[in-house]
Write a protein that binds this ligand. Structure first.
Ligand code: NAP
Length: 309
């Protein structure tokens, strides 16, 4: 019997218990899913940073810590964590992110705000350009960035991606490194930030790099708040270098009531809802990783501690 400790904060036990038990049965794993156990009896830890558990040292038997979150910045630097750490790549989370990115891109591409709020009843028959005439830069072309890129490309947007290492992705032009950032941002109408939060990605969009986009570009940030220098963004919005910013993530969440993003005419705040891990599909990912651990096979979505993601 494999002992699986669910350390994922309030509410998640109720949400995940039944889906995890179903997924374990489907994967033919005889699992004992518990909320509490003697640390040296636990084989796997299903984890979210909202849990009380912060010291992993007593879990001497644990073969892996399986994160329910895609972003692991709140756990990756934990010195007591010596066990393998797997992040979440959940097909339904990816679907949610794709819908958020495509939806907010289309809002600005089609200029929908002009029609949803038109108190002066202005009749302006100017048609928006086609997607084929718009450039989208996706900073972070990993699991989520690639899915968003492909969905936008299916609508004919011209999409290019940026990553840490050189990447070959069929049909997607990619860039990497500092010079690559300048190239991917050059002339971008939309910039989507889907990077993990690491020391290297902090303030990727700053006063220098925001100037590399097309004037009036739209920023969509569903990645992490720290990817953007808030002060530089506000300044770029003021000059019009950035036309609008739609932000889902912030340095402090909930976004403080007195933050200038609230109520800014050209900032849209969504409350970290771009993509949630969904119990049914993520439970299957966790069960598959436990199956792999028990079979001595490599884990999926293993975090590289030295890279921080
Ligand atoms: P992923 O598969 O690990 O992809 C990360 C991408 O970022 C990779 O392309 C990686 O490059 C690139 N990258 C990392 N460091 C970089 C650097 N220093 N310079 C340039 N590129 C860099 O991660 P994912 O699953 O797509 O998730 C991305 C992020 O989305 C998560 O870390 C999380 O912060 C955020 N997220 C937000 C929500 C939400 O609801 N708002 C939900 C889920 C996730 P390589 O390809 O070279 O490794």
């Amino acid at each position: 019997m494999v002992k699986i400790l669910m350390a994922a904060g309030p509410g998640n036990w109720e949400r995940y218990r039944a889906p995890l038990e179903t997924a374990l049965t489907k994967a033919r794993i005889s699992g004992d899913l518990v909320q509490d156990a003697a640390p040296d009896t636990v084989d796997y830890i299903v984890y979210a940073p909202s849990a009380d558990l912060q010291d992993f040292a007593p879990f001497t038997r644990a073969k892996a810590v399986l994160s329910l979150w895609a972003g692991v910045e709140r756990i990756v630097g934990n010195k007591s964590l010596t066990q393998p750490l797997c992040r979440m790549v959940d097909p339904a989370l990816t679907e949610g992110m794709t819908e958020w990115v495509v939806g907010h891109t289309l809002r600005h591409h089609l200029g929908l705000d002009r029609y949803t709020q038109n108190p002066d009843r202005i009749w302006d028959p100017t048609c928006p350009p086609l997607a084929r005439d718009r450039r989208v830069a996706i900073l972070g072309i990993g699991a989520l960035g690639e899915a968003c890129a492909r969905a936008l490309m299916a609508l004919n947007f011209h999409v290019e991606g940026w990553s840490r290492s050189a990447k070959t992705l069929s049909g997607i032009t990619t860039h990497h490194g500092r010079a690559g950032l300048k190239t991917v941002l050059a002339g971008a109408d939309f910039v989507v930030t889907l990077l993990p939060r690491t020391p290297e990605t902090e303030n990727t969009l700053n006063s220098e790099t925001l100037a590399w986009t097309k004037p009036g570009a739209v920023i969509l940030n569903p990645g992490r708040g720290a990817l953007i220098d808030d002060t530089a963004l506000l300044a770029a919005l003021k000059t019009g270098q950035i036309g609008h910013a739609t932000l889902d993530v912030f340095r402090i969440e909930p976004l403080p009531a007195d933050h200038p993003f609230w109520g800014h005419a050209r900032v849209t705040v969504t409350p970290h809802i771009a993509a949630d891990t969904r119990p049914d599909t993520s439970a299957e990912v966790i069960a598959e990783n436990i199956r792999r651990g028990e079979a001595g096979q490599p884990f999926l979505h293993l975090v590289d501690r030295s890279r921080g993601y």
